[in-house]
Write a protein that binds this ligand. Structure first.
Ligand code: ATP
Length: 310
């Protein structure tokens, strides 16, 4: 049985932003460099920027820490590299650029510019470059790797900001579709923001066929993971973002991906086995049903009463 969290009348007092000092494991910025701020300088071309270090790698791209040569402000530059046959990835990147241009929220990573063909290499592969707000503390995934579990006060701060961000995005008909720890970034003030719109969609109020293969299976809601069984082909995807956040919250609480045992890799095959177990055993399986037990641990007795009452 799945516990219905949204029916619970929560009366939590929400904390102020998280103090980041304890979670910032990267080298602090030299004092001569200022961080990105809303009134940052106009970036006319990629030659305005100097690469400093590599911040990380993702699917098809690398993220660099860069410095604006004249203003000394710091940004993250995400470089997506395309080969000649990369039409689908290019379309995806173009969608991401479109979405980033639309959004303007303190809960969503700011994009200061999108450039084509920036740091292209000698093999003729070309790049799409996103100049992003620099988030000094890195991703929630990086933070969890160092700290394993987070205190409840911190988790509620994370949940609050991501929910505010989702509220904003959903209000603009944008479904993120890949909420997970590595797409939630923290700055030096301890503010979490939603990043990476690579598989996001503007649904424009209508229900779209759900292409469930996009995103990260481990954090996908049941109707996205298995649309046939959960009637998910025409879901708008908004609830799916909230499901993913729920999984992230539980992961922060238990210190590992919550639907499987510690040490297991949450790849598609493993998560699929959990889903099958759950189907066969009703509410006794290890997978999604495990979420309800963890919810009880995190959210307390009120949920248990609700569950017992049906
Ligand atoms: N704006 C940013 N500021 C600071 N660090 C960043 C920023 N954006 C990304 N990073 C770092 O770079 C890493 C790679 O980011 P990227 O968005 O390319 O991939 P990912 O989300 O980790 O994986 P994938 O996109 O493959 O699912 C992140 O995990 C994070 O540590």
């Amino acid at each position: 049985m799945i516990v219905c969290i949204k029916r619970q009348a929560l009366s939590l007092s929400l904390p102020p932003p998280i103090p980041a000092a304890d979670f910032c494991h990267r080298t602090p910025l030299p004092s001569t460099l200022s961080s990105t701020c809303p009134d940052s300088p106009c970036i006319n071309s990629l030659s305005d920027l100097e690469k400093l270090t590599v911040l990380g790698h993702g699917n098809g791209g690398t993220v660099y820490k860069v410095r604006h040569r004249r203003a000394n402000s710091v940004y993250a530059l995400k470089v997506l590299r395309f080969g000649e046959d990369a039409t689908a990835i290019r379309q995806q990147a173009a969608r991401e650029a479109e979405i980033l241009k639309r959004v303007d929220s303190q809960f969503v990573i700011r994009c200061h510019g999108v450039f084509d063909n920036g740091f292209s290499d000698r093999d003729g592969r070309d790049d799409l470059c996103f100049v992003m707000e620099y988030m000094e503390a890195g991703s929630l995934h990086d933070i969890l790797r160092v700290h394993q579990r987070l205190p409840e006060k911190i988790i509620s701060g994370v949940a609050r900001r991501v929910l505010e961000g989702l509220h904003y995005l959903h209000g603009m008909q944008i479904v993120h579709r890949d909420i997970k720890p590595s797409n939630l970034l923290m700055n030096k003030k301890g503010e979490i923001k939603i990043a990476d719109f690579g598989v996001s969609r503007v649904v424009a109020g209508r229900r779209e066929a759900c292409d469930s293969c996009m995103g990260t299976s481990a954090y996908m809601s049941p109707e996205r993971f298995d649309p046939e069984r959960w009637n998910g082909y025409f879901s708008d995807g908004f609830a799916g973002d909230v499901w993913s956040l729920g999984v992230v919250v539980l992961e922060c609480h238990v210190g590992h991906f919550p639907l499987i045992g510690p040490g297991q890799k949450p790849d598609w095959a493993t998560v699929n086995v959990c889903d099958l177990l759950w189907r066969e055993d009703g509410d006794a399986g290890d997978g999604i049903a495990g979420v309800s037990e963890l919810c009880l641990e995190v959210f307390g007795e009120g949920l248990e009463e609700e569950r017992d009452g049906g």
